[in-house]
Design a protein around this ligand. Structure first.
Ligand SMILES: [Zn+2]
Length: 914
């Protein structure tokens, strides 16, 4: 996976002392102080820091106080002020003791940071998390913003906060290591005047460190595309007067400072999506956490291309290897309580807390989803690896406390995600220190996303895009998870079409045997499994849905809760073909890949490094099994023209995804014909029908997208040379499979009757009126846009310069479906059926769009972005079309259309001559 960790986030050299071997045993694990893994030690249950006596001046000495008083009375003794003691400095301030001591002035709120001198020049884990904000600027409750290693360093009379550049590793025995700092830059984030330097302590103004954006940038980075930025919601300028401390929480080994950053933008062009009371003034509450790195016997485990973990990445500058990678996976520190037992409970389990804001009726299912992972750990030798507890209503800890792994539940005005499961890991060795999962209430209930997405002709799922930006910005292991959106669509479909089967016996549904409660249950279990999977270190596996046959995926006795090989895939809600029995809807148990990946990441290692390497390779050598197939976001084909292996795709299902997609679209048509009777209710508006129709149209678009990826596709294999089951890395998709996809597109996307079953719904697709909502937008249904947008998405891929070129390139290593044949078949699909008869308006739209694309590829009017072969083929296709378009055939509308096409082609050729 392509990881965009900022350089500063990748930390210190491997030989640092904090990977020391002795494990400190921690404080007792009480009901309210859950501590996981090595973090145990961070939690010494001391009394809450904020309750300290306001006027406490424990070290104040009456004599010193008197001296101070006389100092102030006598200007001649001005110089002696420098001789103030520490007690003088913090006199009358509230002491908030912890990892880094804080003192706050109870009158002004100003605060001082006190650094013990032995803390200088040692790495500190820094972590920023949004406590509250507005989703317009990608600050949502609980958002992980960044993690990095920082160091406090003294430079004469200044204290620097430095982010070292530790992306590189040097073998100390190699002379090159003497030049280790050449051509790399560390970042001095803060440099502030030292107010006091004595008694082993350094005192600075805390505000100079955190009441600005130096350590962590709050406002979003401007987009690369300024046009996009123009109308976005903007925070404006940070107000110095209004920006202030919100909260301090201090513990022996971690210090939290929550700051309210207030921004002012007096002329907002975009009022935001409703999260802030007044778009001119926005408050973002951000928690800065300074965390002591754990000291324990955690052993980093190497990353490998064949299995999908998040990781930490460094390069060894002293090896001649072409792969000088020193990469570790992120994982929890799990040890067996009984090291000799084949299966043992862990010394410290991973404890999850269900936040007390969670709807009570969902808590059992959520717990079941978390604990479902235990079966995978048990196969790796660790029983009861995960535990679940419920946060008491009167708990005195906050979910923002980095020591608690919390399943949080929020309801944002505009949800940025349906689920989000980041983890905090030591960038040095990959040890996961804490994790949270944020769930949005909308995921179980809300339908806003589907109101107008397709029927109103808008294909932009802005929120998906916004979410990706969150991940990019946080640099957090590039975690992009829009899983909740997909499940949301399935659950909404279940709610609208499904039946309440509880207590209803086995009577089949009036339309289908869709059990709405079971869809919701499996959907929620799946989401929890997926998000917990991220917090265990696993990234997506977009290839896992291809392991079972197109018939087996519908057989619940075969799948048993694992339709695919991994809960980390983005498979669609699994719906039976028309007339067949419904199987499992979602994966609700870890799959074969998940078990294998957990075994790689968490089975207990051997002390002997050589034997350990052999042991890990023995696991990895099974990567060629179909059950362990893997490919993540860095390879998936969701965006048109990007990546090459159609098996690494979202929304696809089964080893024959093209057939599955055809059956799925047929099912959607069948649903469409029954939708009106099922969904419209007396006394209700048409809103539900509108939502359902959008989900149906969205599913059709997803599945035609899946089909398109097979054309010009190349399967990727990451097996290492000589491994059992080894095959060459690149194998073009078989010609028969490509042709199957082309034929499926012809039938389901390009055909004249592609959305005939949606047509009877059009006159009913009305959004419920609310105030003046929708003012300035025409509310009429737009079926031509609906279909054309789907077709454009497929053109975007099949006619993409990269795909067109690959179709030609891959003929040199196995592709037998050359570009001229692809274009001939595509042209047939778009023109053949109505060449002799009437062309309906959908097809007119499609044919014009296709001709415009061909003109662009051919370079007749503007410089082509395509390769020579593609240019020539497009030009030839245009000429062929021009010759075959007969102006005498068809009805008047058809004659107008064909006349336009011929004219358009002629103009393009004319322009190229002039
Ligand atoms: Zn995900």
């Amino acid at each position: 996976m392509k990881v965009t960790l900022p350089l500063s986030a990748i930390a210190l050299a491997l030989s640092m002392s904090f990977t020391a071997t002795a494990q400190t045993t921690g404080a007792p694990d009480t009901e309210n102080t859950n501590i996981t893994g090595a973090l145990q030690e961070l939690l010494v249950p001391e009394k809450a820091p904020k309750t300290d006596d306001k006027k406490s001046t424990p070290e104040a000495d009456p004599a010193e106080a008197a001296e101070k008083e006389s100092d102030e009375a006598d200007p001649a003794k001005e110089d002696e002020k420098k001789e103030k003691t520490f007690a003088d400095i913090v006199e009358d301030m509230t002491h908030i003791p912890g990892y880094v001591d804080i003192y706050q002035d109870p009158k002004t709120g100003a605060a001082k940071l006190v650094i013990d001198k032995d803390m200088l020049n040692t790495p500190v884990l820094y972590f920023a998390q949004t406590v509250n904000g507005v989703t317009d600027v990608r600050h949502f409750r609980g958002a992980y913003r960044s993690e990095k290693i920082l160091e406090f360093r003294q430079h004469f009379d200044r204290l620097d906060v430095v982010a070292p550049n530790n992306s590189y590793v040097f073998d100390k025995n190699n002379a090159l290591s003497k030049a280790a700092d050449a051509n790399t830059s560390e970042a001095i984030l803060v440099s502030t005047k030292i107010e006091f330097d004595n008694e082993g302590k350094i005192v600075v103004d805390l505000g100079s460190v955190v009441l600005n954006e130096n350590i962590h940038r709050i406002a979003p980075m401007p987009s690369r595309d300024p046009k996009r930025d123009k109308d976005r919601f903007k925070l404006g300028k940070l107000s110095k007067d209004k920006t202030r401390y919100n909260d301090f929480a201090n513990f022996p080994e971690n210090t939290h400072v929550v700051v309210d950053y207030v921004y002012e933008n007096m002329t907002p062009r975009n009022g935001g999506t409703g999260g802030n009371a007044d778009a001119r003034f926005t408050t973002i509450s951000l928690q800065h956490a300074f965390v002591k790195l754990p000291e324990n016997n955690f052993k980093p485990r190497q990353d490998d291309a064949r299995v999908g973990y998040f990781g930490t990445y460094k390069e060894d500058q002293t090896t001649p290897s072409t792969t000088p990678y020193v990469d570790f996976i992120t994982r929890w520190h799990l040890e067996k309580k009984d090291p000799d037992a084949a299966v043992s409970d862990p010394v410290e389990p991973i404890v999850w807390w269900i936040e007390n804001t969670t709807p009570v009726e969902w808590r059992d299912t959520i717990k079941e989803g978390v604990l479902a992972w235990n079966s995978a750990f048990e196969k790796a030798g660790i029983s009861n690896a995960l535990e679940v507890r419920v946060q008491p209503d009167d708990a005195d800890w906050s979910a923002d406390d980095v020591r608690y792994n919390v399943l949080r539940w929020t309801s944002s005005p505009r949800a940025p995600f349906g689920g989000y499961g980041p983890s905090l890991a030591n960038p040095e060795n990959g040890q996961i220190i804490g994790a949270d999962i944020m769930l949005e209430f909308v995921f179980m209930s809300n339908r806003w996303l589907y109101e107008g997405m397709f029927t109103q002709g808008s294909m932009l799922a802005l929120e998906h895009e916004q979410y990706s930006a969150v991940a990019e910005e946080s640099g957090h292991n590039a975690l992009r998870c829009s899983k909740g959106f997909d499940i949301n669509a399935g659950i909404a479909l279940g709610n609208l079409l499904g039946n309440d089967m509880i207590g209803g016996g086995s009577t089949p549904a009036d339309i289908y045997d869709l059990d709405k409660n079971e869809i919701a249950r499996q959907g929620l279990l799946h989401l929890i499994l997926h998000e917990v999977g991220h917090t265990l270190g696993l990234n997506h596996n977009m290839k896992a849905s291809t392991t079972r046959s197109v018939t087996d995926v519908h057989d619940a006795s075969v799948t048993q809760g694992a339709i695919t090989a991994s809960v980390m895939d983005y498979a669609p809600i699994n719906l039976a073909p028309v007339g067949e029995k419904q199987g499992d809807y979602y994966d609700y148990a870890p799959g074969t890949y998940d078990d294998w990946a957990i075994n790689y990441g968490y089975s207990i290692g051997l002390a002997d490094p050589v034997k350990e390497a052999e042991r890990l390779e023995a696991i990895l050598s099974q990567s060629t099994l179909n059950a362990h197939i893997f490919g993540n976001d860095a390879d998936d084909m969701r965006a048109p023209g990007v990546h090459i292996d159609p098996h690494v795709m979202i929304g696809d299902m089964s080893a024959d995804a093209v057939t599955y997609a055809e059956q799925y679209i047929e099912r959607m048509h069948d649903i469409a014909t029954k939708l009106r009777d099922k969904v419209l209710q007396p006394g209700e508006s048409h809103q539900d029908l509108l939502v359902a129709a959008n989900i149906v149209a969205g599913s059709m678009s997803t599945q035609t997208g899946v089909m398109s990826r097979y054309i010009g596709g190349v399967h990727v294999n990451r097996a290492v040379v000589g491994q059992a089951g080894y095959d060459k890395p690149y194998t073009p998709v078989a010609e028969a499979k490509q042709k199957q996809a082309m034929a499926a597109l012809a039938k389901h996307l390009f055909a004249a009757d592609a959305i005939d079953d949606i047509e009877p719904l059009l006159a009913y697709l009305q959004r419920q009126r609310r105030g003046f909502y929708g003012y300035g937008k025409n509310e009429d249904p737009k079926p031509h846009d609906l279909l054309l947008n789907m077709q454009k998405r497929v053109f975007d891929h099949v006619l993409h310069p990269a795909v067109q070129k690959r179709i030609t390139d891959s003929t040199k290593y196995g592709n037998t479906y050359p570009l001229h044949a692809v274009m001939e078949d595509l042209t047939q699909a778009i023109f053949a059926d109505d060449m002799r008869g009437d062309v309906n308006t959908y097809r007119q739209n499609l044919q014009v769009e296709y001709v415009e694309r061909l003109i662009a590829i051919s370079g007749l009017e503007k410089t082509s972005r395509h390769d020579n072969i593609a240019e020539a083929t497009a030009l030839y296709t245009l000429k062929q079309l021009d010759e075959s378009l007969n102006l005498r055939r068809g009805n008047t509308a058809t004659k107008i259309h064909r006349s336009f096409l011929k004219d358009r082609i002629a103009r393009a050729f004319h322009k190229s001559k002039s």
